[in-house]
Design a protein around this ligand. Structure first.
Ligand code: ZN
Length: 493
């Protein structure tokens, strides 16, 4: 008798400080598919859904429910949340009622999704799935390394697997593991027991890469524990601090075969070490004026000024202006700036046309607390459709869509002004508009760290700048109302 497994993806990293609502439109701009459509997009991809599809044997029928993912932005609207979750629940219900019945649910989730009506988005997803399937049908899921974990998620699921990499390149592998857990539960080889250890710490995401910094040691410990008998998985979640929920922050989750004591011991072991090395998660940032002065005085270039706080990959608005203002004040020369998201300014540039002067009120429109529009005059050097193919190591071969894009010359600084929010992680962002980034003295990138793979080989220096923004590593910039306190690094310990 063949088994039947409902698969689905609901993925959003919610920056609750961003006023930009995450509605169905935002999901459809990235990924939004229902039912059989998913089997047209997911197979053969190195993603979680691709992993489930490859892992399922010929005697297993996968029932695709929903695939939904949006770029990090503000709260997920109730309409969007209920639409995507509703589709998942309906598929589960139909499968349950069909003659073959349902044998398992395998999901790709994030872990830091916040809805208008739910702080714990994934807790709500898993709770409602469990309610529907009852206690005996196994529910497994993969989670992002930036998940803000809760006991509700752990209680509602049988087995959860967090990404082991940042940048995240192992969604596929984790799904294969999660699928294996399903098989082992069916065969009776696995009686999963999980233990979640949470700490009073919520580090910024700036130093959470798994190739360097404190995460290296924590994942080494996790892997060592995973080698022990009876241990299935140990996940380290760095957490996502740009969301004001009670439970945000770092946690460790262990999964053993029917051994609660062992699960607790392992999770506590890694958590203890995370606490000991907590200060390593913090990084000194350079104030914008000093950063610009250093870049202007540098003997070789290009010097990269990373506007990490306005990283659009972490929910940044992409339109903060403090670094642009400092560059103009600091009389920077031969500088290129990627980028300012401002559809109105793009419209003005299009109206003016290439080679023409244009007066702009540029950026600073999403959040006045993060700075104001820059009133300036410049020359429109070029206009593009904002489409290019990534040639760097991140997302190689993928097409980036900036929307209509204007290259505006403000004197010493050339600014790319776009319609869409996308972190400029690939140097083609400049080249497609006619700027050769290797020949510039200063490059401004609104990105936290993913840019490094492509830019570090030719950059003279990278300076991480302390500007305001929805993704600032300086957590003192945010007003938390729901977050549990005291918590590191906001409070003294
Ligand atoms: Zn992440």
């Amino acid at each position: 008798m063949s088994k039947r497994v409902v698969i689905g993806m609901i993925n959003h990293e919610t920056n609750s400080f961003s006023p930009i609502p995450t509605d169905l439109e935002r999901f459809s701009q990235r990924v939004l598919g229902f039912g059989q459509e998913i089997l047209e997009i997911a197979p053969g991809t190195h993603t979680g859904l691709g992993g489930y599809i490859d892992a399922a044997g010929p005697d297993v029928q996968l029932v695709p429910a929903v695939a939904a993912s949006a770029v990090p932005s503000g709260l997920v609207t109730s309409e969007a949340f209920e639409r995507v979750l509703g589709e998942l629940l309906e598929t589960i219900q139909t499968t349950l009622e069909s003659p073959g019945g349902l044998d398992g649910v395998a999901l790709c989730l994030h872990g830091a999704m916040v809805g208008e009506s739910f702080d714990d988005g994934e807790g709500e997803v898993l709770r409602r799935v469990r309610e529907l399937v009852g206690p005996d049908i196994p529910v497994v899921a993969t989670l992002d390394l930036h998940a803000n974990m809760t006991e509700e998620m752990v209680e509602a699921a049988d087995a959860l697997f967090g990404y082991d990499t940042n940048p995240h390149v192992d969604g596929y592998e984790r799904a294969v593991e999660a699928y294996q857990a399903l098989e082992d539960i069916w065969s009776g080889q696995l009686r999963p027991v999980m233990h979640l250890e949470k700490l009073p710490m919520m580090p910024p995401t700036i130093n959470m890469r798994t190739a360097e910094g404190p995460m290296v040691e924590l994942f080494e410990m996790a892997r060592e524990y995973e080698g022990e008998s009876g241990v299935v998985n140990v996940s380290v979640f760095g957490g996502f601090p740009y969301t004001d929920v009670e439970f945000a922050g770092l946690s460790v989750l262990s999964l053993t075969n029917d051994d609660a004591d062992l699960a607790a011991e392992e999770a506590e072991g890694v958590a203890e070490r995370a606490w000991e090395i907590r200060h390593q998660f913090l990084k000194e940032l350079t104030p914008p004026r000093e950063a610009v002065r250093r870049a202007v005085e540098a003997e070789s270039g290009p010097v990269i000024l990373a506007d990490v706080a306005d990283n659009m990959g972490g929910g940044g608005s992409g339109d903060t202006t403090s670094l642009l203002i400092e560059l103009l004040w600091g009389k920077a020369e031969n500088a290129a700036f990627a980028l300012i998201v401002d559809p109105e300014a793009v419209e003005a540039c299009v109206a003016a046309g290439p080679g023409e002067m244009v007066g702009l009120s540029l950026g600073g429109k999403v959040c006045p607390e993060h700075g104001f529009p820059v009133h300036c005059e410049g020359i429109v050097r070029s206009l593009t459709d904002g489409m290019f193919t990534n040639k760097g190591p991140m997302g190689t071969g993928m097409v980036t869509r900036l929307g209509r894009t204007a290259r505006v010359d403000l004197g010493g600084v050339e600014v790319l002004v776009t319609e869409n929010r996308t972190a400029p992680n690939d140097p083609e962002v400049f080249r497609h508009a006619g700027i050769e980034p290797t020949e510039k003295d200063i490059l401004v990138l609104k990105s936290r760290g993913h840019f490094r793979a492509a830019y570090e080989p030719f950059a003279a220096e990278v300076i991480e700048v302390d500007c305001p923004g929805f993704a600032s590593p300086n957590l003192d910039h945010f007003v938390y109302r729901k977050l549990r306190r005291p918590i590191f690094p906001l409070d003294e310990f």
